[in-house]
Structures are given as C-alpha cells and as structure tokens.
Design a protein around this ligand. Structure first.
Ligand code: NAI
Length: 716
C-alpha cells in the first residue's frame, strides 16, 4: 500500500491523500519519499488532462514533519548523500509547484515542520479552523532548520522580517493567527467546506504559478539590499547572538539561508538551504537536542519512570491547600485542563485572591482571542473557593502549598486526608522539606508523595515527583498520571534534601558566589553564567532566591548532616553570603538590596561596592572566561552524576529533561548528562580532576563517573 493515495476524480481533479501505513502520523521518511517519487511519475503521465491537485491527509494531523529517527543517524560521512536525498525530495515538490496546474493544500490537522513546508509548496492553503491545529516550523527548537524549502518559500510569501519569528524562534500558531500572518489563505468550518474551498480555488485558477516564479517578482517587505531592510539585516546577527548567546548554530544558519536565498532565484536558494541543513543535521548540537527533546522527552511521555502494571488514573476533583503564589498557579493549571478544583485557604477572601490569579491569566487569553468569555467562565466555575476542609470531600488528590513550615503542613495533611476519595492521594509541594519526614504526619504514608511545581506554575512545564520512603508504586503512578493530565512533564526522584533540581541548582548558585570569594569580578561571573547557557547569572539568582533563604537552607543541611553523623564541609560561598547579610544588611531582591541594587524606577545593576569588598584585581584580570564557564557546567553535571549514583535519580532521561526544564541547564547541551557524553566521558573525568585540584572536592569525579571513564562507556 502506497503512503500517498492517488484518487483521480471523474472531473480530473486529483486528490493525493497522505496516509502512511502502520504509522499514527505522516513523516518524511524513506517510504514517503518513495511514494512521492512514484506519485510524481504518475502525475507526469496524467498531467495534460489534470484540472488540479488537492493534497490532504488521512491522519489526525496533516503531516508531522521530518523523520527524526533518520536525521539523528546522519553522520559527517553521509553528508553528501544526505544533501542529494533532500534535493531529490525537494525536486519532486518543485515539479508539482511548477507544473502549471493549481495545487491546493487541504490542511485537516496540524502542519508542523516538513508538513507546513509541503503546504507552502502549494499554490493555495485551506485549513480547518480548529484550536487543536497548529502550524509552524519548529525545527530550530531541535537545532535544525526547515530544510524542505521553508527558509525560501516563507520569506517569499510574507517577507523576511515577518518570517523570522517562525523560522528562527519556531513560533507556532493556530489557524486564525496563521491566516492573519499570511501562512494560509482560507479557513474552513469542516472537511466538506475545506474540500469545497479547495475545488473552488482550482475552478477559479486553471493555470497556476507561484509569485516567485513570475517575472519581476519582488520580495514582500523589501529585498535584503533594499536600504531599510539592509539596515535591519546588518544588526540581525548581533541581535541573534545576544538572544542565543552564540550557543545555537541553528538560528544563525537559518538567517543565512533565508537572507542568502532571498538574493538569488528560488532554485539556487533551495540548494543553499540544503547545504546549511546538512551542516546542522550532522552537527553535535542537533544530535544533543533531538536526542533529549525528542527521544528522551517521548520516553518520559510514554511512561518514563512511572511504575508499569498500574492502571491509568483520571482525575476529576483536586484539592489545593494554600492559595498563595504556588497554590493559585496549581489551581489554574489544573482547572484549565477540565478538572474541578477546591481551592482552600485560611479565609474565603484569601482563596478568592488566589482564584483572581486564574481570572487574570484567562482574561489575557480572551483579549488575545485564544479563548471566549464563555470558555473563561466555564474554567473559573470549576474553581471552588473555601476555608473549610469539608469541601475537600471526594477529592482524588489534594496538594498542599501552604507556608514552608512542617508543623503547619502536618496540620493540613491531617485535616484533608479523611476527606479524600477511597483511592485518593495526598501531595506536598514543599521545596525543601524531605517527603519522608512530612509523611510522618500522614495516616496513610503510602498515599503520600511530593509534587514539586516550579514558579510560575502556568509557564513551567516540569513537575518533580518525589517518592518518600513509604510512598507506594500505586501512588507514584497516580501522581505521574495527574501531572500528565494537566499537560506537564513528570520526572521522578527519590527523597533527598533539595530533591534533584534544587540540589543541582544550588551547586550553580554557590559556584558563582565562590568565584566572588576568590576575587573574580562580579560582572565576569554573571557573564560566564549567561554564556554557559543558564537563563541568568548566579548572583542575580542568589538575590531572587534571597540570601537569607540560602543561609536557612544551609543551616538545615548542616544540622541534618551532623545528625546523621557526618562532618559538614563549609562551601567557599558561605562566608560571602554571611558577610552580605550579617555585615552589609543586604538580603536579596525582595528586601530591595543584594548583590544587585534595585532602583525604584530603573533597571537593577550590580552593587558597585562588591568590587571594593571582594574583587582581587590580579585575579580578576587573569581569569579566563572558559574556566568560569567550565566550572558552572561541570559542577552541575557532577552533582547530577551523584544523584544518579545515589539513586536520587532513576534515569538519564529524567536527569537531562529535569536539568533543562527545571534548572535552566543549557538546552543546546541536551542536558547535564548529555553534556558529559558529548564532552567525552574520559575527557570530562580528566577535566573534573583538574578542577577538583584547583577548586576543591565538589569537582571530584564520583565513582560512577570513574567507572564509566574506565570502561570508556557513555551514560545511556
Ligand atoms: P505563599 O506564602 O505565597 O502562600 C502560602 C498560602 O498558604 C497563603 O495564602 C496562606 O494564607 C496559606 N495558608 C496558610 N495556612 C493555611 C492553612 N492552614 N490552610 C490553607 N491555606 C493556608 O507561599 P508559596 O510561595 O505559594 O509557597 C507554598 C509552598 O510551595 C511552600 O511549601 C513552598 O516552599 C513551596 N514552593 C514554593 C516555590 C516558590 O517558587 N515560591 C516553588 C516550589 C515550591
């Protein structure tokens, strides 16, 4: 059975329906390429009598894009053959585009990446008007570029500047926004309407040519050499460098492909695109990013660390205790996914304030046309505010997000548990208290688990599930299902101070402060943080976290270490934090002063006194940026290995995904463990030893790393 159905109607309209056998979605793999080649051969034979062609799909989505399994395997040696293959595929699409007959894409589902590129090669695009449909070119988010003509056709359709957010940021849009942006030409109410509109276009346009194949074609918005455009393009690479910190080759290559391609005829542009595409496909960054954001993320979505053999749970009613910053966010994220929420605080007034947060977020969506007033009202109706535990009756899950106080958490646990449905579970959103310790207050510690959300909850995709000593597999599986039901990404960690994300994040923050202790200039430290791929510098983050909270967390860790018979080894960051808080009275951002100054009406800036207090001029001059960047990445990667070694983490997938989505570890590395793999486990271990000799034990390679280096194996 061919992957493309060929239906020639009695009116000589040809419908090509892409329906790849045995696959849930259509992808641009070898079977598709073969089918396209055969289809084009048939079209050539039938061409004289054809009225026009409609391309559509029999799957739920129109077309899913490139075959990442295949792309992931392409090596440097294959580059030339790969280019030939891509150009062959593009030539087939190009034949249809230049055949003279009208070709219409009837887009019945999401068209992303290669899917949208097929549609762009058509003369007209009609898309079903459904919010479930997305259109875009997300290749850049995997370190790739739209190599199926996307960098050439989209700028020719909507102009270079308008195309950039789609090409370089991977922006995705729903059909209505796609129409506005000029990605598609018409919206359809249903399949019949879509096909009728496609036929109407064919009737009205018996001969068709793309604008760019016509004489005298002018690039919309101005050609690259047009003075206004030339001015914008001149600064584009610098802006891009700043945005991507020079770590992502893909946006730069996309910019080059689009701009260079726009200055030549379409077919030459297409060849330029293929060359850049091949360069990215064989590069390490694309391997890291497809490996983690595609294969590993999918492994988590397919079940990841969820215990198998437990039936999937569906959640209908969830209680949230505490309507503060986190509780309000959890209530929102749960209600928007169709689950009833009981939001409880000490007063109904407080709970209402938490609910108002949902109102605010939903109103924004309404104003952007993403939601109707009626849908907003329906979601808000799902959130019931209360000050009484009785209203929690029948909840499948209760999540507490009250103040970080174990006594208070014990009290609310005991109030809520009797109200749970028969197989209901109880979760704590604590950020620092061990789950096993909190579970002591529970009558059913096997039903007690940690669900560590990140702030802001509506934006952050990761949830760290923490398994206490007595948490059952059943409870873990149910918690995993809830996280997936609200559309977030679950990673599973075993109970440990700081769990996984906070523990590793702490090493990053402390490393930055330790650099200050050594006399390194604060601006260099912040710069190294950002250039190593972290979203913000370690000193800025210390201020966000608050220096007093850092003191508090350290005091607790010290107490626990000593209680367990261990010896506390002070971190070089400690003295600086103490001096900032105790002598300088600078407690962080919330207190209005920390490593940074926070002027009332202006941007924050590094506190100038830091130079006088801490900086050693010789040291500041002699230190190499690479050394600082290495320290920032290595200290986190090594701590992540310790988490694997200690069983805090169960899988490499959870480590990589958790480090990127929860900590902000550079996405282009593919995550903290992939960073080690790509560095080379042996080379990484040797470098870690050097750093340990220079800066201390925190860089000492853990046993697990030494074993991997010994056997020259990777973390798989
Ligand atoms: P918050 O101070 O904004 O909110 C706490 C809420 O709990 C307040 O509205 C308070 O009135 C309410 N509350 C107090 N006693 C209550 C009771 N007996 N019953 C019901 N509600 C009660 O705190 P936030 O930032 O939302 O943190 C909540 C929890 O989430 C803490 O355990 C915190 O460690 C944790 N967390 C915080 C993160 C953050 O970024 N702020 C991130 C991850 C976890």
């Amino acid at each position: 059975m061919s992957a493309i159905r060929y239906d020639l109607g009695s009116d000589q309209t040809l419908t090509l329906t892409i329906d790849m056998p045995g696959q849930s979605a259509n992808t641009m793999d070898a079977a598709f390429r073969d089918a396209l080649g055969e289809t084009v051969a048939r079209v050539k034979a039938d061409l004289a009598d054809l009225r026009g062609i409609i391309i559509t799909s029999a799957k739920k989505t129109f077309f899913a894009g490139g075959d990442l399994n295949e792309l992931h395997k392409v090596t440097r040696e294959d580059a030339e053959a790969f280019e030939t293959m891509v150009n062959g595929l593009k030539a087939d699409m190009r034949f249809l585009e230049t055949s003279g007959k009208p070709v219409v894409a009837a887009i019945n589902g999401s068209a992303l990446g290669g899917g949208l590129e097929i549609a762009l090669a058509c003369h007209h695009r009609v898309v079903l008007n459904s919010d479930a449909i997305q259109l875009g070119l997300p290749e850049v988010t995997l370190g790739l570029l739209p190599g199926g003509g996307g960098t050439q056709r989209l700028p020719r359709m909507i102009g270079l500047e308008a195309a950039f957010p789609f090409l370089m940021e991977g922006k995705k849009v729903a059909p209505a926004a796609a129409l506005k942006a000029g990605l598609v030409d018409e919206l359809a109410d249903d399949t019949d309407d879509m096909l009728a509109k496609a036929r109407a276009f064919i009737d009205a346009n018996p001969q068709c040519q793309q604008p760019w194949d016509k004489k005298g074609f002018k690039l919309p918005g101005g050609a690259p050499h047009h003075p206004a455009m030339a001015q914008k393009l001149a600064i584009a690479p610098a802006m891009l460098k700043q945005k991507t910190r020079g770590c992502y080759p893909a946006p730069e290559r996309i910019l080059s492909a689009a701009v260079e391609g726009a200055q030549v005829d379409f077919d030459s542009g297409s060849l330029i695109e293929t060359r850049y595409f091949a360069e990215l496909v064989i590069g390490q960054v694309a391997k890291n990013m497809t490996g983690t954001f595609w294969f590993q993320l999918n492994a988590i979505k397919a079940g990841g660390s969820r215990p198998s053999g437990v039936e999937r749970a569906r959640f209908a009613k969830v209680g949230v205790l505490g309507a503060g910053m986190m509780g309000a966010g959890i209530a929102y994220s749960t209600a928007v996914k169709g689950i009833d929420v009981v939001l409880k605080d000490v007063s109904v007034d407080n709970a209402e304030k938490g609910k108002a947060y949902s109102d605010k977020l939903l109103a924004k969506k309404v104003s952007r046309g993403r939601l109707t007033e009626a849908q907003k009202a329906e979601i808000l109706d799902r959130i019931k505010t209360t000050d009484s535990a009785d209203d929690l009756a029948g909840c499948d899950l209760v999540i507490e997000a009250v103040f970080e106080d174990s006594g208070l958490k014990a009290k609310v646990t005991q109030e809520a548990e009797p109200q749970l449905a028969a197989n209901g579970i109880f979760a704590s959103n604590t950020s620092t208290i061990p789950i096993t310790q909190l579970a002591e207050a529970s009558a059913k510690p096997d039903n007690f688990i940690g669900l560590h959300f990140f702030s802001p909850v509506d934006k952050m995709q990761l949830v760290e599930i923490i398994v206490g000593a007595q948490t059952s597999d059943d409870t873990l599986a149910r918690a995993f299902d809830y996280v997936q039901q609200i559309g977030k990404i679950p990673i599973v960690v075993n109970d440990s101070r700081g769990f996984f994300t906070s523990r590793v994040f702490g090493t990053f923050v402390n490393e930055g402060v330790a650099m200050l202790a050594e006399g390194i200039a604060p601006a260099s430290i912040e710069n190294a943080g950002v250039l190593s791929g972290m979203p913000v510098g370690p000193l800025a983050i210390s201020d966000e976290v608050s220096l007093t909270l850092m003191q508090h967390i350290r005091a607790q860790s010290k107490k626990d270490t000593e209680a367990a018979g261990g010896t506390w080894v002070p971190h070089p960051a400690e003295a600086i934090i103490d001096q900032m808080v105790d002598q300088q009275g600078r407690k962080g951002k919330a207190a209005g002063a920390g490593f940074y100054e926070y002027p009332d009406n202006g941007k924050k800036y590094l506190w100038p006194e830091l130079d006088r207090l801490f900086v050693d001029a010789d040291k500041a001059r002699s230190i190499a940026l690479q050394e600082l960047k290495d320290r920032i990445l290595f200290v986190q990667a090594i701590e992540t290995v310790r988490c694997l070694e200690e069983g805090v983490l169960r899988t490499v997938e959870d480590a990589n995904i958790g480090s990127i989505f929860g900590i902000g570890f550079a996405p282009w590395t593919g995550g903290a463990i992939q960073f080690i793999n790509q560095y080379g486990v042996r080379a990484f271990t040797e470098r870690a030893k050097e750093l340990a000799a220079a800066y201390g034990e925190r860089f000492t390679p853990p046993k697990l790393l030494l074993e991997k280096a010994e056997t020259n194996s990777v973390f798989a």
